[in-house]
Design a protein around this ligand. Structure first.
Ligand code: SF4
Length: 183
């Protein structure tokens, strides 16, 4: 039943032309993971590698995410990985507010169907969807409880690729994720 709902949703995403990003995409990237995942990881938008394959987080940022998941003792196949934008923004630009607003119902539906208990939010865009008008720096690096769900807010792995300082912070923060997952 749940499985079917996600399949139908993926089909909708595949044929979606609600914003102009459909024109330049090769593949939509709805996200992947088990239907009953307890944890959902939300990034920003697909990159070029993801666009080629239709799979989330498989480029350089994805490789770093894989390492971070190991630090947190999380198996990639046990978490659902997605983003609020399902098509590649050309030249890897940031998605616009309008694009996010138009695409967001797909993420909301995924969350409704999967019903995860814990959210790992990677970067400003994922954070701002759940914590409107708040500052990431005030929430980063800790678990925050809201509406009976737990959210862990950290940087996007792409920041860790660009700067060693952010990579170290990400590693430290994924160790904190491990602590609560191990409880
Ligand atoms: S980014 Fe989202 S809203 Fe825009 S075309 Fe792709 S699936 Fe549709």
């Amino acid at each position: 039943m749940k499985d079917n709902k996600l399949k139908i949703l993926n089909q909708k995403i595949k044929s979606c032309k609600k914003c102009l990003l459909w024109e330049s995409r090769e593949n939509t990237v709805p996200g992947e993971g088990p239907i009953n995942a307890k944890i959902i990881i939300i990034g920003q938008a697909p990159g070029a590698e993801e666009d080629k394959t239709g799979r989330p987080f498989i480029g350089r940022a994805g490789k770093l995410l894989d390492k971070l998941l190991k630090i947190a003792n999380l198996k990639r196949e046990k978490v659902f990985i997605t983003s609020p934008i399902k098509c590649f923004p050309p030249k890897n630009r940031k998605p616009t507010k309008r694009e996010i607003q138009i695409c967001l119902p797909y993420l909301k539906e995924q969350i409704r169907v999967i019903n995860p208990q814990k959210f790992i939010l990677l970067g400003e865009i994922a954070f701002s969807i759940f914590f409107k008008n708040k500052k990431l720096k005030d929430y980063r690096g800790k678990w925050v409880e809201k509406d009976n769900k737990k959210y862990f807010i950290t940087y996007h792995p792409a920041a860790g690729i660009r700067f060693v300082k952010f990579k170290k912070i990400l590693e430290r923060e994924f160790r904190k994720i491990k602590k609560i997952i191990d409880l």
